[in-house]
Design a protein around this ligand. Structure first.
Ligand code: SAH
Length: 345
């Protein structure tokens, strides 16, 4: 089955024309689909067109299976896919609107020791339509859609999965979701977070997208990084930073580093190494308090080391902020909710 939300308006027009439908019917189907309407309920399309479309297309590839509302208003969704796989997403309210954190794979094969998404490996990649579907489902939950108030204004690809391990679908998703006529989310409001697959960062630089690249750095020596992130055995920090510098030179977009505040990786020396690796980049460091997972060996860094780290970054002109811990009472971190749900907790 083809997923309706995965087609651009032009592609649908062509397809509809070939079927002998009027071209404006494609426009109708397109806006219904982006408003989270099942094909059967696309009432301005004649019944026979709806019937025929249902033979070939499906819409609504993602539904909300369960939602968990945190005391701070953050909502964690367990989304259901058409094959009954479950993925998760997090809805966060900020002053400027809503940000949705979406998943890009069912599970993950990157195997970072602190992350719950990788514990059981990767099940499968998500299609572009399934990434779009998460946003449409959340928009619907908030009572928004195209034509109404678009509720979700910002998207972060920071849920389960490694976006650059599902490269083609992710790029297709970014292009579709930022295209006019869809929900038109500005590429400037999209952040892609990667554990650091260096060659894919280079490819991404050449796509000409205006998104923010976020790097899960977490350590500043190859040895320390290899202890916590499998990807670091494939790409050294030198490889990774070569790719990041290329990305920056090509796109002129500020780079964001995510840095888990773990014991052994947070010190003045670490900050100094970041400054040296990032020399010439415009960048920001997002300091992340560890969210404890059952299998993670990481211990939190002391306040004193954290302050040292922060002050040293500052002395090199690098801004850093601590990430707000939203939704920690509802299994807020990557992969935790799906995992505890599947285990029946
Ligand atoms: N694979 C991508 C995106 C998913 S992880 C990546 O690696 O960037 C998104 C972010 O959540 C990453 O920065 C990751 O390091 C962080 N994260 C995962 N588990 C965490 C935990 N237990 N505590 C704090 N941050 C965590």
């Amino acid at each position: 089955m083809k997923i309706l939300e995965e087609y651009t308006l032009d592609q649908l027009k062509q397809d509809f024309e070939q079927k002998g439908y009027k071209r404006y019917r494609a426009m109708q189907a397109f806006s219904f689909a982006w408003n989270y309407t099942p094909i059967q309920e696309m009432t301005s399309l004649p019944e026979e067109i709806r019937q025929e479309l249902c033979q070939e297309y499906t819409s609504i590839p993602v539904t909300i299976h369960k939602e968990f509302v945190s005391r701070d208003g953050t909502v964690k969704f367990l989304f259901r896919l058409l094959d009954n796989n479950l993925i998760e997403g997090v809805l966060m309210k900020y002053k400027y609107g809503y940000t949705l954190c979406i998943s890009t794979q069912v599970g993950c094969r990157m195997g970072c020791v602190f992350c719950a998404s990788g514990i059981d490996g990767r099940v499968r990649d998500l299609t572009a339509g399934e990434m779009i579907g998460q946003i449409l489902a959340a928009n619907k939950y908030l009572g928004g859609g195209i034509g109404n108030d678009r509720k979700i204004t910002n998207v972060v690809l920071m849920g389960s999965g490694e976006p650059l391990d599902n490269y083609d679908n992710v790029v297709k998703f970014i292009k579709l979701v930022s295209a006019s006529g869809t929900i038109n989310i500005s590429q400037r409001n999209i952040s892609l977070s990667t554990c650091g697959i260096a060659p894919k960062i280079r490819s991404l630089a050449d796509e000409g997208l205006g998104i923010t690249l976020t790097i899960s750095l977490h350590a500043t020596t190859d040895l320390n990084r290899q202890k916590i992130m499998k990807v670091a055995t494939a790409y050294s920090l030198a490889d990774l930073f070569e790719a990041i510098h290329y990305y920056y030179k090509t796109t002129h977009r500020r780079i964001v580093f995510e840095y888990i505040l773990s014991k052994g990786n947070v010190s003045a020396a670490d900050a100094k190494r970041i400054a040296s690796l990032a020399k010439g980049l415009s960048c920001h460091v997002n300091m992340i308090p560890i969210n404890k997972t059952p299998t993670s060996p990481l211990e939190p860094a002391s306040q004193e080391k954290t302050r040292e780290f922060f002050e040293t970054l500052k002395s090199y002109g690098i801004t850093a902020t601590t990430r707000r811990t939203l939704g920690s009472d509802i299994n807020g971190s990557c992969g935790q909710l799906r995992r505890s749900y599947l285990k029946g907790e």
